[in-house]
Write a protein that binds this ligand. Structure first.
Ligand SMILES: Cc1cc2nc3c(=O)[nH]c(=O)nc-3n(C[C@H](O)[C@H](O)[C@H](O)COP(=O)(O)OP(=O)(O)OC[C@H]3O[C@@H](n4cnc5c(N)ncnc54)[C@H](O)[C@@H]3O)c2cc1C
Length: 348
């Protein structure tokens, strides 16, 4: 068993952990990142590698996979990003953290928690018949890592948040146009989608192609409420999607979704009802005084410090007023925690 001393240990190599690592490296602060899974990138690579990243100024037309690869390529000393790491907290004494990882004990002055959604498990809704398809990945999914599998397919996406809307937009861009069914927007009163109105207006005027050939509806976005809970700027991008609101799914059968209003034949169903978390590492730390709030960590926004001295948190695992779970928040929080450490080390 080796004792390895380093200034900072980061737990998690999602965007928050990688950005923090990269920024610390620019100041030559010895840092090790422990990632429990077999690849870096967190949700970006696990759940939406091919989707374009939204909401980061200056980053145009870049997929999540490319974004993560760029950060990784930029990181100095990639050897200190340890994948498949099985890390336990064994002690905190004299203001030092003792972490055990396989055969080594890492002793660090600062610990940064970037565990994000940690071991995410999709929420499986209680819908009749769904249990039969949990392992039928050709039909039922809870996230899409490869949009190509939906090319020319009819896809029902259930959910009304950003993930569901993002998936619907991406898939509608590659799904087939040759449909015979009229596209519809059910209950579109709350969807102020000017571009959809434009398409409808255009196709009803003379000399325009028929509605069937203009509006593909291979993608159905099905939401149980009367309003989508996504960034409202995305609504105009749903112009190739059948948005069906106020519909509850009652039953799932092979290639069939039965709602309280209709039956929809489909090749795929994707449920985007969120994820549940399971985080042993945080539970271990809570025995040393880390305060958890529903598996999330409250921090002091000035320093990103948790309730444990010299223990910080960044990314989706963090909770504070007006917190948004997105990458721009990760960037801000990474910069913030590094500045705190530089300040403490009198390097700022
Ligand atoms: C479908 C989808 C689309 C999205 N699209 C966008 C978008 O377009 N724009 C945007 O800004 N945001 C988007 N997001 C949100 C964005 O991906 C997250 O905000 C971001 O990934 C959070 O980064 P993170 O590093 O905090 O957490 P995560 O990405 O969850 O990464 C955490 C990492 O920590 C690891 N880990 C967990 N526990 C341990 C442990 N005990 N030991 C070691 N490692 C551990 C995990 O394996 C994981 O790799 C999207 C999210 C989803 C699900």
């Amino acid at each position: 068993m080796n004792n390895i001393e380093c200034k900072v240990c980061i737990i998690g190599a999602g965007p928050a952990g990688l950005l923090t690592y990269d920024y610390l490296a620019q100041y030559n602060i010895p840092t090790v990142v422990f990632e429990s899974s077999c690849s870096y990138g967190g949700q970006c690579t696990a759940f939406y590698r091919n989707k374009q990243i939204n909401g980061i100024p200056g980053l145009y037309n870049t997929s999540a996979g490319e974004f993560i690869q760029n950060i990784y390529n930029q990181c100095i000393n990639k050897n200190n990003i340890i994948l498949n790491a099985n890390t336990d907290v064994i002690n905190i004494k004299n203001n030092l953290f003792y972490l055990k990882n396989d055969d080594d004990i890492y002793i660090c002055k600062y610990l940064i928690l970037a565990t994000g959604a940690s071991s995410m498990k999709p929420i499986i809704p209680n819908i009749k018949g769904i249990e039969k398809f949990i392992n039928d990945e050709d039909f039922l999914q809870f996230y899409c890592s490869n949009f190509e599998q939906y090319r020319n397919k009819k896809v029902v996406i259930a959910g009304g948040g950003d993930s569901a809307v993002d998936y619907a937009i991406e898939i509608s861009n590659i799904s087939n146009v040759n449909t015979n069914t009229k596209s519809s927007i059910t209950e579109n009163k709350i969807l102020d989608i000017s571009s959809i109105a434009t398409v409808y207006n255009n196709v009803t005027s003379s000399n325009q192609p028929s509605l069937q050939s203009v509006i593909p509806n291979n993608v159905v976005l099905l939401h149980r409420r009367d309003k989508l809970k996504c960034n409202q700027n995305k609504l105009k991008l749903l112009n190739k999607v059948d948005v069906k609101l106020n519909q509850n799914i009652l039953e799932i059968r092979k290639n069939l979704v039965i709602t309280d209003k209709e039956e929809i034949h489909t090749n795929n169903v994707i449920f985007c009802y969120g994820f549940t978390y399971n985080n042993n590492f945080l539970q271990q730390l809570s025995k040393f005084g880390l305060l958890l709030d529903n598996n999330l960590i409250n921090i002091d926004l000035n320093s990103m410090e948790t309730s444990l001295k010299h223990c910080y948190a960044v990314g989706d695992v963090v909770k504070y007023p007006l917190k948004k779970k997105n990458i721009i928040s990760c960037c801000f929080e990474a910069a913030r925690v590094v500045n705190t450490i530089l300040n403490k080390e009198s390097l700022f």
